[in-house]
Design a protein around this ligand. Structure first.
Ligand code: LLP
Length: 404
């Protein structure tokens, strides 16, 4: 994605021709960015030979999942729906892990029948529910057990998962108790220790701390895990100023750990694979001026992209057609939804904007469409995938009759 003669292009396509054809708001994805992210990730962690399971919650579009499968990744799923979509996309069941704190009996039985690699469990009750389902289906089931390492991920509070006050995983004492209890089980094999301390992590140090916690636990535990699932969380550079997570530094501490415990490593990256692959294109419906600022009222809203409203996340906004002018007023980019938090960004330095201009909300490939809703009975946007000069509609714009 770049400007050519001040026009915003995704691969070979001018965004304005795409919005003219497919309308707005419009999620657009670049295949090239996707391929590059996967290749970079693989290259960075090559020595570890990890199983990379794409975290489907970050983007569950089936066409993208198919491309991700072709690029060799597995899937990390958190619901029957995500598991179904991953299998439909052709992802090999031996590359699928099922995470989440509250899998239902129905979901567990479905996962067992599909013979996926691991069901990562998060409580004693859930392990017992898996055992019961395994017994009923007369199957031996491989599972993971998620540890809550009580590690601060140094990220937003709302997307931290590894502190003891968070609902995820079990504490060390419970972990050891479950391991010992399940040694007798005829139906359950605990093959994996899993962790995931949070999302959008930019510093490798929290990961180091997490690995130290694991090291302390494993040193004193007479138990061999075939897999260590380190989760995802690798942060990206949304503001184009701070650096994304340094994979090399993270890798160093993993290599040390892996050599000591001789286990296979699983990763569950979502955002680092798909975040910068997508943008949300939106049209300026109206401009409204008050004494101090101009509201730029877009046709995209918090129902299309909720991250700014939910986490105060900042997504850069850039024009589809660049010029050298400078707006005299502060610009506040907002959506049409009847909520004060339906606000994307406030910009002090921006070019002049006109009604009907197309704006690009950047880096919306992860947790964009997948967190969208029909709030205000607004219809979900279309999604398109750009591959060189080819454009494919990978999800049609919703129609009112789809939801009424
Ligand atoms: N594995 C587990 C168990 C997870 O809970 C998550 C994300 C991931 C992997 C993938 O994490 P990633 O590599 O994408 O950081 N909606 C929030 C993010 C929530 C993340 C939830 N879990 C956002 O928009 O920032």
């Amino acid at each position: 994605m770049r400007y050519i003669n001040n026009k915003f292009f995704i691969e070979g396509k001018d965004i304005r021709s795409l919005t003219k054809k497919f309308n707005t708001p419009l999620y657009c994805y670049s295949y090239k960015n996707l391929r590059e992210n996967v290749e970079n990730f693989k290259k960075a962690f090559k020595e570890i030979k990890p199983l990379i399971c794409f975290s489907v919650k970050s983007n569950s579009n089936i066409s993208l999942l198919k491309e991700i499968k072709k690029l060799g990744l597995g899937a990390d799923v958190v619901s029957k729906g995500e598991l179904y979509a991953s299998l439909k996309a052709g992802i090999n069941k031996s590359k699928i892990v099922f995470s989440g704190v509250g899998k239902t009996k129905n979901e567990i039985e479905y996962a067992i029948k599909q013979k996926i690699l691991l069901i990562n469990s998060e409580s004693l009750s859930e392990v017992l529910a898996i055992e019961k389902a395994a017994k009923k289906l007369n199957k031996i089931v491989d599972i993971g057990l998620r540890l809550n390492p009580d590690t601060d991920a140094e990220t937003l509070k709302q997307i931290s998962t590894g502190k003891s006050e968070n609902k995820f995983g079990v504490d060390k004492k419970t972990f050891v108790k479950i391991i010992n209890l399940m040694k007798q089980s005829k139906f359950i094999n605990i093959k994996c220790l899993s962790v995931h301390i949070g999302s959008q992590i930019l510093n490798h140090k929290p990961y180091e701390k997490m690995l130290n916690v694991l090291d302390k636990l494993l040193k004193n535990l007479d138990y061999k895990f075939e897999f260590i699932d380190l989760g995802g969380g690798m942060g990206i550079n949304y503001d184009h100023k701070t650096k994304k997570l340094n994979y090399t530094k993270y890798k160093k501490s993993i290599i040390k750990f892996k050599n000591k415990y001789n286990c296979k490593i699983i990763f569950e990256p979502g955002r680092s694979i798909i975040g910068n692959v997508g943008i949300l294109a939106s049209k300026v419906i109206y401009l409204k001026h008050n004494k101090t600022k101009t509201f730029v009222i877009l046709d995209a809203a918090m129902n299309d992209l909720i991250r700014p409203a939910l986490y105060n996340a900042k997504h850069r906004i850039v024009p589809s057609l660049r010029n050298m002018s400078r707006s005299k007023k502060i610009l506040e980019f907002v959506g049409p939804v009847c909520e004060t938090t339906d606000k994307f960004l406030t910009e002090r330095k921006f070019q002049n904007i006109k009604e009907n201009d197309i704006m690009i909300i950047c880096d919306t490939g992860a947790y964009g469409y997948s967190l969208s809703s029909n709030y205000n009975l607004r219809l979900r946007p279309a999604e398109i995938l750009i591959k060189g000069n080819k454009v494919k509609i990978i999800r049609k714009r919703q129609k009112i009759t789809d939801i009424i």
